[in-house]
Design a protein around this ligand. Structure first.
Ligand SMILES: Cc1ncc(COP(=O)(O)O)c(C=O)c1O
Length: 482
């Protein structure tokens, strides 16, 4: 849903949501299940239309809570698990084990054992894991389903450096040059059942060129495995499907404005402390994370399946030529981001070096993606009024450190907000609520509310209580009492 459509949904369900706020308080993360379903169907349809053999696996790390995983299961999605706990949640919610892909660069022995016993597929990250997995399988007398996860491809600069996960500087996966050795090792292995290869480029990959390159590399890996007699029946290209947080015009206008201010220090800053964001390398070309894409969410999948490689074959054709391996997508952001709005209230505003700064009753532990790189989300003061006059503002959080900025890029607010007014941050359905959730400064983690298609409300997570975090004055627990 666009920001506008989310606002309409908020207005349509206003009485019920306001009642929920009375009970659950603010901030509150509000999810619309209708949008999750529409996004899931769009990914599934894009696969169906261009390549019949695909699986959409929800990246649970983007929204690790039972409600979201239950909804994913009901929509017939698989699961990308990042831990034994996400895997367990998927199994408990009825996702078939052969639709669960276990990821992670530092899997515990317990995670490996449970995944093997449940029959999930393991995206094996490194040699130590491969060795332990083989030993474990021999002891348990169970064969493991193995995907080999790779890095080392020329895929840097497509998103922020800390979210780049298949290029050179990353902790994830085997280097692609190790593929021939690994394929030989798995050929005829008694305990490790080779299923195929996987990679995940990173998140918010706005430019299709990244996926086109990735697919070429991964398809070549499958082709060379096949040539040595190793048949692949899975190809997992990870997630990363982008969201258009802004319209093209708004995004290009922001870029142009930032470039002008970096070139002319006399102009007022549009980023906090004049952060260059995508212009950090000093060139006129934006590099890294972008907040608009020509082919957002499922449209990227359609684009890729139709993409033609230099040998004249489409991606779908190359897959068919390989015997139709199951193509696995692991969307987190592309599935969830546009489903949610985080509601909070305005705490006040002040002038900092001539800039208008609004303080919000939430911190980056409730919307923490700025901790990775300066991030941008649409925002509004609600309800809108006919006499609204736009104003540029930086958005500050409530935590006790200066870096706690909800937006380090200036946002255009519809009006100067007053203390106590309702404030909305849009497109927060992926990562925002959980990735850096903490009790920093003693704030309790807020609740998550889901609005069903029929208007019924589901509490996905209750807000934390004071005693859950601090116990009561009489509490004291000795180790011997555990
Ligand atoms: C292996 C893997 N798959 C999928 C995802 C989901 O990425 P996104 O939310 O960008 O779709 C991630 C995110 O970190 C990941 O690590």
């Amino acid at each position: 849903m666009t920001t506008q459509q989310l606002e309409t949904q908020l207005a349509n369900h206003r009485p019920a949501i306001e009642q929920a706020i009375e009970q659950l308080g603010l901030p509150l993360h509000v999810f619309f299940l209708e949008e999750m379903e529409a996004n899931a169907r769009a990914f599934q349809s894009a696969l169906c239309a261009h390549y019949s053999h695909g699986l959409v696996a929800f990246a649970a790390k983007s929204n690790p809570c039972r409600g979201a995983v239950r909804a994913a299961s009901q929509l017939g999605l698989g699961l990308d698990a990042a831990s034994e706990h996400e895997m367990r949640l998927g199994l408990e919610e009825g996702i078939p084990s052969d639709h669960i892909i276990c990821n992670g660069n530092a899997k515990s022995t317990d995670y490996l054992r449970r995944a093997v016993q449940a029959g999930c597929t393991l995206a094996v990250d490194n040699q130590d894991e491969l060795i332990e997995l083989a030993q474990l399988c021999e002891r348990l007398e169970v064969r493991a389903n193995v995907l080999l996860r790779f890095r080392g491809m020329p895929l840097a600069g497509l998103t922020s450096a800390d979210q780049t996960t298949a290029a050179d500087w990353t902790k994830f996966g085997f280097h692609i040059d190790e593929a021939p050795r690994l394929h030989r090792e798995l050929l005829g292995h008694p305990w490790l059942r080779y299923r195929g290869v996987s990679a995940h480029i990173g998140t918010q990959i706005a430019n299709p060129i990244g996926y086109e390159r990735l697919l070429d590399y991964l398809l070549r890996l499958l082709e060379s495995a096949q040539a040595m007699g190793l048949q692949s029946d899975l190809l997992d290209i990870g997630g990363g499907f982008p969201v258009a947080f802004f319209s093209r015009d708004a995004w290009e206008a922001f870029q142009a404005r930032l470039r002008r201010t970096l070139e002319d220090p006399q102009l007022p800053s549009v980023t906090w402390n004049d952060h260059p964001m995508g212009y950090a390398d000093g060139t006129a070309e934006w590099s890294g994370k972008a907040y608009w894409s020509d082919v957002p969410q499922a449209q990227m999948v359609e684009h890729l399946l139709k993409h033609t490689f230099p040998d004249g074959r489409s991606c779908a054709q190359r897959l068919r030529d390989l015997g139709e391996p199951l193509l696995i997508l692991e969307p987190g952001r592309g599935l969830m981001a546009t489903t949610a709005v985080t509601l909070t209230r305005v705490a006040g505003h002040k002038d900092v070096l001539g800039h208008f700064v609004v303080s919000l009753d939430m911190g980056i532990n409730n919307h923490g993606t700025n901790l990775i790189s300066p991030d941008m989300f649409p925002t509004a003061v609600l309800p809108r009024r006919s006499d609204d006059r736009p104003i540029d503002a930086f958005l500050a959080g409530r935590l006790c450190f200066s870096g706690d900025m909800i937006s380090k890029a200036k946002v255009q607010l519809n009006r100067i907000p007053r203390r106590g007014e309702r404030f909305a941050v849009f497109h927060t359905g992926a990562y925002s609520a959980d990735h850096f959730a903490s009790n920093s400064c003693g704030f309790l983690r807020p609740g998550k509310l889901a609005v069903r298609k029929n208007g019924e409300l589901e509490v996905w997570r209750e807000p934390e209580s004071f005693s859950q975090i601090y116990g009561s004055p009489e509490d004291s627990l000795l180790m011997s009492e555990l």
